[in-house]
Design a protein around this ligand. Sequence first.
Ligand SMILES: [Zn+2]
Length: 109
Amino acid sequence: MTSETEIKIHQCECDVCQAGTDLEIARHHRQMNVFLSRLNEPQRRWYVGLLSQRPDSPSDRQLAKITGLDEKTIQRGRQELAAELAGLPSDRQRRPGGGRLRAEKRTPS
Ligand SMILES: [Zn+2]
C-alpha cells in the first residue's frame, strides 16, 4: 500500500458503466480516469476538450459523467485549445503548489 500519494480516481458514472454490460467500454473509461488522475487541472480539461471533438466522441454531458469534469469545464478546454492555449502558462512556468487540485465537482445524476 502506498499511502504517501493519495490519488483520487474518478469512478465513471455513465450509463454503460452503471449497467455493467460492456466491459470493454468500462475498462476504457477506467483508463481514461486513471490517466486524468495524473494530470493537473488545465491538462485534464484540454484532454477531455480534445476528446470531445472526435467524430465518434460522446456528448459533453456523457463526457462529464465519464470524467467527473463539468460540462462547462469541457467547453472551456475546447475553447482554449481552439485558441491554441494562447496566454496560458505552460506547466514548466508554474510555481510548485500553484496548481492545487480542486475537489471534483460531482455531477448530480
Ligand atoms: Zn463509463
